[in-house]
Design a protein around this ligand. Structure first.
Ligand SMILES: Cc1ncc(C[n+]2csc(CCOP(=O)(O)OP(=O)(O)O)c2C)c(N)n1
Length: 280
């Protein structure tokens, strides 16, 4: 049975996040390619967003007018989005095992043309999803007046893309208080530490200087994440950026905080070990 979308306790959300992590491992080992680290590290954020009563969505009516929307700007992290959508009931969990296969709706980056329920936009070219999300928030606010909110998650390495800062500038300029950006701040990217490849800090001050409301949060603390999203909903006149401190590969000890796991799947033996750890 899918998990309904309602306010849950941090303990319940922790269990759901573990199930999402298991599904990420199951789909990646079957696909034999794909990204493990970011998806595992951000599973707690996704559990809270989709199954903690944060977003207004209805898996039975994925195109419901006035729904909140989520855009995964870091499109390579889609195994976590697919696992979340399936656990929320947008499509059957069995479909997760088709990840990256020919003809599957679950491609290596989300494709809107695949018509997978819950995918609001194609993404994968880093930096671009955020601009799409800002455009949606602007349209909801200026044209539709429907009270909907738009959420978008970026990686921290993704913040090195120049277009991110154009989107951030626009969101603040248009006072998009219906827009919540989430940064998956794991300090890892494709081939090194973010601080070594291209330093993005200080982050809080950067976003504040762009006139965002900034919330720093432990991205593995379900109660703190719930409080952060609650706070976002109280902010008026400016967009919010939630900087969520996470660890790449969180939940699987041999992947934790190791950038080498940015873009590879577990072997069958590693998957077995990971699922064992996640069951404990
Ligand atoms: C425009 C663009 N350039 C390069 C890439 C290749 N790429 C995919 S993920 C990635 C690193 C992203 O790092 P981060 O946002 O920190 O994600 P994480 O490693 O935490 O999953 C790169 C360079 C891309 N998808 N798009």
């Amino acid at each position: 049975m899918p998990f309904t979308n309602e306010r849950r306790t941090p303990e319940q959300l922790a269990e759901i996040a573990t199930e999402i992590r298991r599904d990420i491992i199951r789909s990646l080992v079957e696909a034999k390619s794909g990204h493990s680290g970011g998806p595992l590290g951000s599973a707690d954020i996704f559990a809270v967003l989709y199954m903690g009563g944060v977003m207004n969505h209805d898996p039975a009516h994925p195109h419901m007018p006035g729904r909140d929307r989520f855009i995964l700007s870091a499109g390579h992290m889609c195994p976590v989005l697919y696992a979340t959508l399936a656990n929320a009931g947008f499509f059957p969990k069995s479909e997760l095992l088709t990840l990256r296969k020919f003809g599957s709706r679950l491609q290596g980056h989300p494709g809107r043309d695949m018509m997978l329920p819950g995918i609001e936009s194609s993404t994968g070219s880093l930096g671009q999803g955020l601009s799409i999300a800002v455009g949606m928030a602007l349209s909801d606010k200026l044209l539709d007046h429907n009270g909907a909110r738009v959420y978008s998650l970026t990686g921290d390495g993704e913040l090195e893309e120049g277009s991110i800062w154009e989107a951030v500038m626009a969101a603040a300029h248009y006072k998009l208080d219906n827009f919540c950006m989430i940064v998956d701040n794991n300090d890892c990217q494709i081939d090194g530490r973010v601080t070594d490849v291209m330093n993005i800090y200080p982050l809080k001050e950067k976003f504040e200087s762009f006139n965002f409301h900034v919330i720093m949060v432990d991205g593995h603390n379900h109660g703190a994440l719930l409080a952060a999203f609650d706070e976002f909903k109280t902010v008026t006149g400016k967009p919010t950026c939630i900087i969520a401190k996470t660890y790449m590969g969180h939940g699987v000890s041999f992947m934790e905080d190791r950038y080498e796991w940015h873009g590879k799947p577990p072997s069958p033996e590693q998957a077995e070990e990971a699922l064992k750890e996640l069951a404990e």
